[in-house]
Design a protein around this ligand. Structure first.
Ligand code: ATP
Ligand code: MG
Ligand code: FE
Length: 342
């Protein structure tokens, strides 16, 4: 089965073609970072308009790269939420229309299920049950994945998401949007121990997170510092260590509580090098394995939507010829997916 995947939930237009026999055939991504940078964050109306401009050319390009034509497509998957409603509607309406024109099924994909399943696009995909750490710009969640499509929320952030904390912290030290990756880059020159920030909520037995207080700690440290490049690097490192330690401690606890020996990490913050190292080390110590997507599949992309859509189409799920997007959508409420991968 060949599935066209379309992602347009936020500020990236993503398109991919997934073939159940051959894997990922081609993918294209257009990032709107430059468009929104001047405003310090995503402007929803500008995002929607840019998806309108970019999506069809990107679909044509991705088809050409894969050597396929529209007639080769057996199904269409589009992100239906969660996300910005105007942006979602662009991908959903386009995807649904293409499926209608080709007389093939279309399926609405949950953006976070896309992120969650992205590590399964790699060689030797982990079998459920496993614990998934979803760390992105809008979410920080620990899920028990008992089977594909069977998700139980173990814990989540009570305020800022991890990626949001990275972005806001970077912004208050003057780094341009989106600051997460730049903050991580600045941290490379940081001196360990120059600053120490707390590990929020690690002394509580639950699996919830809270990152908004760290931002305030950084703000106070930054204001008191000389605000030079070395100060920024030192503070960035201490911030990164605090976030990563907190995530890693709760991941270990989740593996224990959920009785799992496999951890899957997905979402933009999963691209963070220090997080990857820490989780590798901690999992190795306890005889567990950790699975990440390749870097370009951590942040938003069409491949994860094509793949999640393929699994749902294979399970016989599809949408009627009407488009319903959900700006808010509970991942644990999705219908099950079976049979298992393979
Ligand atoms: P959601 O998936 O929750 O709707 P989103 O789609 O905006 O949110 P992603 O595209 O998955 O989120 O990830 C973007 C986030 O990842 C941003 O907050 C960005 O700062 C963060 N990020 C990307 N690379 C890194 C990195 N190397 N270190 C830390 N954070 C990073
Ligand atoms: Mg983005
Ligand atoms: Fe995302």
């Amino acid at each position: 089965m060949r599935v066209l995947g379309i992602e347009s939930s936020c500020d990236e237009t993503g398109v991919a073609l997934y073939d159940s026999a051959r894997g990922l055939l081609a993918q294209g991504l257009y990032s709107q970072i430059d468009l929104h940078a001047a405003y310090g964050g995503v402007v929803p109306e500008l995002a929607s308009r840019d998806h309108v401009r970019r999506l069809l050319p990107l679909i044509q390009q991705t088809l050409a790269d894969s050597g396929l034509t529209l007639a080769d497509i057996d199904g269409v998957a589009y992100t239906a939420g969660p996300g910005l409603i105007g942006a979602l509607m662009v991908g959903a309406a386009t995807g649904r229309a293409i499926a209608w024109a080709l007389d093939v099924p279309a399926v609405a994909v949950h953006h976070m299920e896309g992120h969650l399943l992205a590590p399964l696009l790699e060689d030797e995909p982990p079998e459920p049950p496993f614990v998934a750490l979803l760390v992105s710009g809008g979410h920080t969640q620990l899920m028990r994945v008992s089977a594909l499509g069977d998700y139980t929320l173990l814990g989540e952030t009570l305020d800022d998401a991890a990626g949001e904390a990275f972005d806001k912290t970077a912004k208050l030290m003057g780094l341009p949007y989106p600051g997460g990756p730049q903050l991580a880059k600045a941290a490379l020159a940081g001196r360990p121990g120059a600053y120490t920030f707390s590990r929020p909520m690690v002394n509580r037995p639950d699996l919830d997170f809270s990152f908004s207080g760290l931002k305030t700690q950084v703000l106070l440290a930054w204001q008191k510092s000389g605000q030079g490049a070395q100060d920024m690097a030192d503070i960035a490192l201490a911030f990164e260590q605090a976030v990563v330690d907190t995530l890693a401690i709760k991941c270990e606890r989740a593996l224990e509580q959920a009785d799992c020996s496999r951890l899957v990490v997905a979402g933009g913050v999963g691209a963070n090098r220090y997080l990857r190292e820490q989780l590798q080390a901690r999992c190795a110590r306890r005889g567990a394995t950790v699975h990440f997507p390749r870097l370009e599949l951590c942040t938003d992309n069409g491949a994860m939507i094509a793949f999640a859509g393929y699994l749902r189409l294979r399970a016989g799920q599809s949408e009627p010829p009407a488009v319903a997007c959900r700006p808010r959508w509970d991942l644990a409420g999705l219908p099950p997916l079976s049979p298992a991968l393979g």
